[in-house]
Design a protein around this ligand. Sequence first.
Ligand SMILES: *[C@@H]1O[C@H](CO)[C@@H](O)[C@H](O)[C@H]1NC(C)=O
Ligand SMILES: *[C@@H]1O[C@H](CO)[C@@H](O)[C@H](O)[C@H]1NC(C)=O
Ligand SMILES: *[C@@H]1O[C@H](CO)[C@@H](O)[C@H](O)[C@H]1NC(C)=O
Ligand SMILES: *[C@@H]1O[C@H](CO)[C@@H](O)[C@H](O)[C@H]1NC(C)=O
Ligand SMILES: *[C@@H]1O[C@H](CO)[C@@H](O)[C@H](O)[C@H]1NC(C)=O
Ligand SMILES: *[C@@H]1O[C@H](CO)[C@@H](O)[C@H](O)[C@H]1NC(C)=O
Ligand SMILES: *[C@@H]1O[C@H](CO)[C@@H](O)[C@H](O)[C@H]1NC(C)=O
Ligand SMILES: *[C@@H]1O[C@H](CO)[C@@H](O)[C@H](O)[C@H]1NC(C)=O
Ligand SMILES: *[C@@H]1O[C@H](CO)[C@@H](O)[C@H](O)[C@H]1NC(C)=O
Ligand SMILES: *[C@@H]1O[C@H](CO)[C@@H](O)[C@H](O)[C@H]1NC(C)=O
Ligand SMILES: *[C@@H]1O[C@H](CO)[C@@H](O)[C@H](O)[C@H]1NC(C)=O
Length: 482
Amino acid sequence: MYLCMLNSQSPEMEKPPLLFNFKIILLLLTQSLLTTSSHSLNPTTVTFSVTEYGAIGDGIHYDTVSIQTAIDSCPYSIPCRITFPSPGNYLTATIFLRSGVVLNVEPGATILGGPRQKDYPKESSRWYVVLAENATDVGIAGGGVVDGQAEKFVVRYNERKNVMVSWNQTGDCLGDECRPRLIGFLGCKNVKVFNVTLNQPAYWCLHLVRSENITIQDIAIYGDLNIPNNDGIDIEDSNNTVITRCHIDTGDDAICPKSSTGPVHNLTVTNSWIRSKSSAIKFGSASWFEFKHFVFDNITIVDSHRGLAFQIRDGGNVSDIVFSNIKISTRYYDPLWWGRAEPIYVTTCPRDSTSKEASISNVHFINITANSENGIFLSGSKRGLLRNLSFINMNITYRRFTSYAGGFFDYRPGCQELVKHKTAGIMMEHIEGLEVRNVEMRWEKNDLEQWNNPMEFKPSTVNNIHFSNFNSVVYSNSKSSQ
Ligand SMILES: *[C@@H]1O[C@H](CO)[C@@H](O)[C@H](O)[C@H]1NC(C)=O
Ligand SMILES: *[C@@H]1O[C@H](CO)[C@@H](O)[C@H](O)[C@H]1NC(C)=O
Ligand SMILES: *[C@@H]1O[C@H](CO)[C@@H](O)[C@H](O)[C@H]1NC(C)=O
Ligand SMILES: *[C@@H]1O[C@H](CO)[C@@H](O)[C@H](O)[C@H]1NC(C)=O
Ligand SMILES: *[C@@H]1O[C@H](CO)[C@@H](O)[C@H](O)[C@H]1NC(C)=O
Ligand SMILES: *[C@@H]1O[C@H](CO)[C@@H](O)[C@H](O)[C@H]1NC(C)=O
Ligand SMILES: *[C@@H]1O[C@H](CO)[C@@H](O)[C@H](O)[C@H]1NC(C)=O
Ligand SMILES: *[C@@H]1O[C@H](CO)[C@@H](O)[C@H](O)[C@H]1NC(C)=O
Ligand SMILES: *[C@@H]1O[C@H](CO)[C@@H](O)[C@H](O)[C@H]1NC(C)=O
Ligand SMILES: *[C@@H]1O[C@H](CO)[C@@H](O)[C@H](O)[C@H]1NC(C)=O
Ligand SMILES: *[C@@H]1O[C@H](CO)[C@@H](O)[C@H](O)[C@H]1NC(C)=O
């Protein structure tokens, strides 16, 4: 049941481009008005189509002005949907969302990010194809695609890792990581990204910064596996984020909470599939403030360079984290990519001599199956202990199948860097409180010369440990080769 009305004039509306007749605007009565819920303050939704504002959608001409005019025509304080009709490839410079605006990219429609530096704002901190700043009730949905055209940023293809362009000439961004991210919500509240595919980001894909109440649902992310820094979802200084039913396939880290200017509280990730040539889930390495109260449940991690990873380096403490019902397979890739095939990697150490130490407490791993080429690495530091960790109901199988060299403990970035050492099933140092219950380790027999011990403790740094029903067995797999 929708109520349709003619909206002749609205004082907040700016004029659409000259070419266009004023259109009928649909005011949709949302279900909240029809039911007795408390949402009736915002009973209507306005819908504009970018083609009504002149967008061509041929993938060649820039549609920036049409798209932005459509967005800026949204009346204030009424939910506004900006539709990208199918078929269409809408090439654009940065699109700025504002409060109440949800992009509705239809199946068969694609928003294409421009590949030129002049398509983006002057400040590199605002280089996104779609950018929302200080907005509430914003999002992207609709079943279509947002594409960053990463291939247009490749300077030289390389089978190990491509070399990318870096927009560092103005001095606003330095180094070799100066490229636009795909989508950014900075300082936003009530963010919803659902039912869209995010393709080929030139740099990070979906970046949530200083935001809160975020839902990311039913999205797919496809990053080129040879393009560096194309992280999937970076949750930075943001609270109350739910990520569910997502499929993330990226070269760089797939889900990556970071804290640079404030803490990250309440992150829940469920029912998702991940592959990453770096870490599937990684805390840090930017870790200046607290990470607290995270839940990860029912996640499948496939062929990743690292599975569940904590790379705490800057003094932010971590606590109250649960991983449950997780399947992991990790393997070695080219060492130009971060990770060393560890299924679980929990580390905290000061990045350099100026960094503070941080502890990681109350982290629980329950119902985990892992197949991997390397062991679990648990490494606290002298004044930054790992406290109260538990591993309950785990089956871990160790088997080498790539020919990349193993045999290192990886403390990077900073700390002791890479240390040559045989692989242990679980390596432990600087831990206070560890429970291992119902854990079975299996070792591929053919590879035994590469391993050290099922358990390795750094002497005098591990206290208060409890093992029950722990088994470690060698098996032979006649099919294994190499
Ligand atoms: C967003 O809010 C921050 C903090 O108040 C402010 O520094 C920044 O300029 C605002 N950005 C925009 C685009 O309004
Ligand atoms: C995604 O959007 C398309 C088009 O609107 C719709 O047909 C489909 O049901 C949506 N899927 C989900 C999971 O919401
Ligand atoms: C700019 O990027 C190029 C290419 O990655 C790099 O070689 C160069 O050192 C960078 N220059 C500066 C000033 O950051
Ligand atoms: C969180 O955001 C959603 C929209 O994404 C909204 O429906 C919900 O009311 C918000 N919750 C709070 C507590 O603001
Ligand atoms: C997140 O919550 C913490 C703790 O309440 C608070 O200090 C911080 O400002 C919040 N961040 C945001 C972006 O709301
Ligand atoms: C985190 O979630 C808990 C409820 O689970 C809530 O009490 C707390 O206020 C939330 N923290 C923030 C910073 O919103
Ligand atoms: C676990 O997640 C998968 C999607 O990755 C989903 O198909 C399945 O139903 C989920 N299982 C449960 C118990 O929720
Ligand atoms: C981390 O915890 C320690 C010990 O409780 C505390 O001294 C330190 O300030 C905390 N760090 C941060 C960034 O909150
Ligand atoms: C581990 O394997 C045993 C059988 O060997 C099985 O009963 C148990 O459910 C498995 N646990 C997990 C967490 O996969
Ligand atoms: C672990 O798996 C068992 C058996 O499948 C299940 O009963 C239990 O609820 C799971 N625990 C968690 C925390 O999901
Ligand atoms: C250790 O973790 C368990 C399980 O979550 C919890 O009950 C207990 O209070 C924790 N101990 C400390 C010292 O925090």
